[in-house]
Ligand binder design. Structure first.
Ligand code: ADP
Ligand code: MG
Length: 479
């Protein structure tokens, strides 16, 4: 890497040499990477090159105006802070577009660049970049996260349909009935993972250009194109890809111009036989605020939802991730996590990663006790204080029985089963003891509660529909 300090007479004398700068930059990069995550880091920050130092100001160079603006708006303050922390003589950071002849060099890349996995058209702003600049990836493409493949996606009841559709699109893009593919579901349930998996699979087979970006980025690019009067190029470029994937489409709600543009791009691509994959947090019909004609077109292909995870899926995911980490995590700990962290896979994964990091760091085996200790804060946040009364009320509503039957002596199954479920949930979701729970259910004995808990657990094992019902109750009570 070359740094324009040595032969720059304005260079600050208290910086011994370019080496100090380079090392500082490495440190900053590694911290940034930890803070923003792999994908963001690779997409935006590996493109920064070190420029000259002038007094207490360092210039960082970016290949295009768009990148400079983006980095400035998203990371500008953080970059200044980090520089100042790592190298206190630097107080200000100036972001500039590299010009031909600038002493710029490729940014430090902390690991192998994955640009090669994405076959994409050249960026519209390529002409802005210096001719001898390092290869600039298209701004249209967010690098695919190599961890997100079909192999690492754990399939279970809640996501098997979406998974099958994604696989199908990756194997045979643009087949009738699967275009567009619309994936929807709550936060952290694997939509982005599946989209990246489709991209990775297609690119691996070669000869296909894939563009993946979030709807937010789509909007940002579109606005930038309007400003720089390059909308034609933007459009042409988008319309030249074989597969266009737009993540988190709900972001376009209320952004009328961008929606309009997306609608036209969408039509042009589908008419030309190209594949579109879109994700959102709701189904097309529930995405209110989306233009009707867009909504209609989005629903025309395959709409696949990813349901909230079940206990079984959470266990399978944890098992897969624990196995991949090489750290032995006892089944009891996995079960504990799968019971406690039910919101989404991202949090589940985060909790497990923290455990694994801890185990590696201290070389101690993972135990249930250590888990409760290490994850103290996460677990606390998930310990919603649900009361037994709430549980009884919700369960009674769900199974359509009278609330008084929770404590009545009636033993007909239509009443007894929901009552057992309520006892089970009371045991799972509150810290009440068995005798306390028994008292709230018409002064029943603690052995009755114990029996109810094991009976429900057993039924859940045998009957997936019943298990899903109970899980649903649990989630409703926890949220
Ligand atoms: P979404 O885009 O739906 O919000 P993501 O795709 O970003 O969710 O998933 C969040 C995290 O959980 C990612 O790290 C992803 O790899 C992981 N994840 C989600 N579902 C699964 C699954 N079925 N198998 C393995 N990992 C998963
Ligand atoms: Mg996502």
């Amino acid at each position: 890497m070359t740094i324009g300090v040595d032969d720059d007479e304005r260079a600050s004398p208290h910086l011994e040499d370019g080496k100090a700068l380079e090392e500082s930059w490495l440190q900053i990069c590694s911290r940034l990477k930890g803070e923003v995550g792999e994908v963001e880091y690779r997409t935006w920050l590996t493109k920064i090159a070190l420029g000259p130092v002038d007094g207490d100001e360092i210039t960082l160079l970016l290949p295009t105006r768009f990148l400079r603006d983006w980095v400035r708006s998203q990371y500008g303050d953080r970059l200044s802070e980090l520089w100042n922390q790592v190298l206190p003589s630097i107080r200000r950071v100036e972001l500039q577009v590299a010009r031909p002849g600038d002493p710029s060099a490729p940014a430090l890349v902390l690991e192998s660049d994955t640009s090669a996995v994405v076959a994409a058209p050249q960026g519209v702003e390529a002409e802005e970049a210096p001719r001898n600049a390092p290869e600039v990836r298209s701004d249209l493409v967010t690098a695919l996260d190599t961890r997100f493949t079909f192999d690492t996606f754990v399939v279970g009841k809640p996501n098997e349909f979406a998974y099958a559709c994604a696989r199908r699109v990756a194997e045979k893009p643009s087949s009738v009935g699967f275009n567009p593919l619309f994936l929807y579901g709550g936060v952290g349930l694997g939509k982005t993972h599946l989209m990246h998996a489709i991209g990775a699979e297609l690119v691996q087979r070669g000869n296909v250009s894939v563009a993946y970006m979030s709807a937010e980025k789509f909007m940002y690019r579109f606005i930038a194109a309007i400003r720089s009067q390059s909308t034609m190029e933007f459009k042409e470029q988008l319309r030249s890809v074989d597969v266009l994937m737009i993540d988190d489409l709900q972001f376009l709600i209320g952004k009328d111009n961008t929606q309009e543009e997306f609608f036209h791009t969408f039509n042009a691509l589908v008419d030309a036989g190209r594949q579109i994959v879109v994700s959102a947090d709701k189904s097309p019909s529930d995405l209110s605020g989306l233009e009707d004609r867009l909504r209609t077109r989005l629903g025309c292909g395959m709409v696949a939802d990813i349901h909230a995870t079940t206990f079984e899926l959470r266990i399978s995911i944890l098992e897969a991730k624990a196995a991949a980490s090489g750290v032995v995590v006892p089944a009891k700990v996995l079960e504990f996590l799968a019971h406690k962290i039910t919101s989404n896979v991202r949090e589940l994964e985060g909790a497990l990663n923290r455990l694994i990091a801890h185990a590696n760091l201290f070389g101690r085996p993972v135990t249930l006790e250590a888990t409760q200790d290490v994850l103290h804060d996460i677990l606390k946040a998930h310990d919603r204080r649900v009361t037994i009364e709430e549980i009884q009320k919700k369960v009674a509503e769900h199974w359509n029985i009278r609330l008084t039957d929770m404590s009545s002596a009636r033993r007909a199954r239509a009443v007894a089963r929901p009552r057992q479920v309520a006892m089970y949930l009371a045991k799972q979701l509150t810290s009440r003891s068995l005798p306390e729970i028994g008292r709230k259910f018409g002064n029943r004995d603690h052995t009755t509660v114990m029996h109810a808990v094991s009976r429900v657990a057993e039924l859940m094992e045998r009957d997936p529909a019943f298990a899903e019902d109970v899980e649903l109750m649990r989630r409703m009570l926890e949220s």
